[in-house]
Design a binder for this molecule. Structure first.
Ligand code: ADP
Length: 503
């Protein structure tokens, strides 16, 4: 077993890895920027090393500084978490070249799967169905129009190096192509330093269903079933669950086999995720493989009973996977990504000090967070503050439990997405499982409208409207929960907001 792991990340995932290390009796080393000097992951780890100023380009993205920190601390491995350097082939290679163990897939597998076009080529060669489109980058917007015409509009322009929904543009007609082409290339160049763009058919109304795989160093590759991640805004996941209401055991088996084929073809080791679009007829199409632990891994942990982060460490230590066959899910798990964004105000980022945090608990509730009372939320990093995850014996119970947990949650001092998640849990379509990847964008306006019959909320909305009307920017009416009544003391404001929140 590894003895000491440096965690090249921050926030909730750094803390998650610290916890896995502790349960395995492995020492942990945190790294931190100026902004994170007092962060929980720094305190909870056995040791911590300062790696630079607050911007991630000067700290969490500094591979050489991180490797030097690991060597100085006497760590024998690096866990990259997700984001930051986790899917950078050069970093995985540099870690290995420094004589350290990389807790992730081999650099060669990252290379084979890192570019979407390369991954599509690999999928086709191994009988894994892909979304119709090109497997090569295109050279001009004219070529893109010619290709799009053969598939038929709408199409999706995608960055080959893409991630996080960046460099992606829906194009509904030939006339829109030139503008979208320039925008996708520019965005991709800025985000990934690579402007290669290719085309996929834009599929209307599919679900995003992904398969968790786990592979050891001895050729055992297993599927741990699916996660449903269709509740998305701007191609970004907001709520995930396992299993998927749209997947039966036969489909689970077929999708699992396809994911395992893709992983084997790439020489995959460690935890990874094969993302698919699933259409209404049960046909599925490979999107990409994520070569790291995913944000939404806990829902799989809760329905399989397998600690994925511990197994990442154990596999990297050279252990064999002891699981005989693919594992069937037990019960239902759901996750909400709590972000520092104000849903009633166009998901505007919110910053400030968390004055008070009350974390939900009770039966079936798990909180993977990186914040506490007193944490200061700035704009340097991703807005995700924490993940609230629940387990129930049925989907209905999981939804009820999530709603209950969201009502218990109090985050004061900044705006969060809590209210948004609560409204999704109360939504009839969501409860019926009638979701696809475009569902949220369609449903958002009515979800965020003030529910009829809610006296308190209506009163607050009226107050907000009055305040907005008296404001220079009358058009940008502030959101319901955010609207302070005039001449209200901080205690009154707090009590009113808790009253609103604890419906
Ligand atoms: P990224 O790596 O940037 O996250 P993905 O390829 O994983 O990009 O796609 C992100 C999301 O965009 C998917 O979950 C899905 O909602 C949407 N999407 C991707 N490809 C298509 C497509 N061909 N048709 C429709 N929606 C798509």
């Amino acid at each position: 077993m590894l003895r000491k792991v440096l965690i090249a990340n921050r926030g909730e995932i750094a803390l998650r890895v610290v916890r896995a290390c502790r349960e395995l009796d492995v020492r942990s080393v945190a790294v931190y920027s100026d902004a994170d000097a007092h962060a929980p992951h720094v305190r909870e780890a056995d040791e911590a090393v300062h790696i630079g100023p607050s911007p991630s380009s000067e700290s969490y993205l500094k591979g050489d500084v991180i490797i030097a920190a690991a060597l100085t601390a006497g760590a024998d491995a690096i866990h990259p978490g997700y984001g930051f350097l986790s899917e950078r082939e050069w970093f995985a290679r540099a870690v290995r070249d420094a004589g350290l163990v990389w807790i992730g897939p081999p650099a060669e597998a990252i290379a084979a799967l890192g570019s979407k076009t390369a991954a599509r080529t690999l999928a086709v060669a191994h009988d894994v169905p892909i979304v119709p489109g090109t497997t090569q980058a295109l050279s001009s917007s004219e070529e893109a129009v010619a290709v799009a015409t053969t598939f038929g509009f709408p199409v999706l322009l995608k960055a080959a190096a893409g991630g996080g929904g960046k460099g992606m543009r829906v194009v509904r007609s030939a006339a829109e192509m030139a503008g979208a082409w320039d925008a996708a290339r520019r965005e991709s160049q800025n985000a990934f330093g690579d402007d290669a763009v290719y085309i996929e058919k834009y599929i209307e109304g599919p679900r995003h269903v992904e398969i968790q795989v786990l592979a050891d160093q001895y050729g055992t590759v297993i599927s741990l079933g699916e996660r449903e991640c269709s509740v998305q805004r701007r191609h970004q996941k907001m709520i995930e669950e396992a299993p998927s209401i749209a997947v039966d055991p036969a489909l689970r088996k077929r999708m699992g086999e396809a994911a395992v084929r893709a992983a084997r073809a790439a020489g995959y080791v460690n935890a990874g995720t094969c993302e698919f679009l699933l259409d209404r007829d049960g046909a599925f199409y490979f999107l990409e493989m994520n070569t790291r632990i995913q944000v939404e891994h806990p829902v799989t942990e809760l329905v399989t009973g397998i600690d994925l982060v511990q197994w990442q460490i154990r596999v990297a230590s050279g252990e064999r996977l002891p699981f005989a066959a693919d594992i069937a899910p037990r019960g239902w798990a759901m996750e909400c990504r709590l972000t520092s964004e104000d849903p009633v105000n166009g998901f505007l980022p919110s910053t400030g000090r968390i004055e008070y945090l009350h974390v939900p608990s009770g039966p079936g509730v798990r909180w993977d967070g990186g914040i506490e009372t007193g944490s200061v939320v700035g704009l340097h990093y991703d807005p995700m503050l924490a993940k609230l995850i629940v387990w129930g014996t049925t989907r209905d119970q999981a939804v009820e439990r999530m709603a209950r947990a969201l009502r218990e949650l109090i985050v004061d001092g900044i705006e969060t997405s809590r209210e948004f998640h609560l409204r999704v849990m109360e939504d009839a379509e969501f409860r019926a499982g009638a979701i696809d990847i475009q569902w949220l964008e369609r449903r958002l306006p009515s979800l965020l409208a003030v529910p009829a019959g809610e006296e308190e909320l209506r009163d607050a909305a009226v107050a907000a409207a009055l305040i907005a009307a008296g404001d220079r920017n009358g058009s940008s009416a502030r959101g319901v929960a955010a609207a302070p009544a005039p001449a209200e003391s901080p205690w009154e404001a707090l009590a009113r907001r808790q009253g609103l929140r604890r419906r």
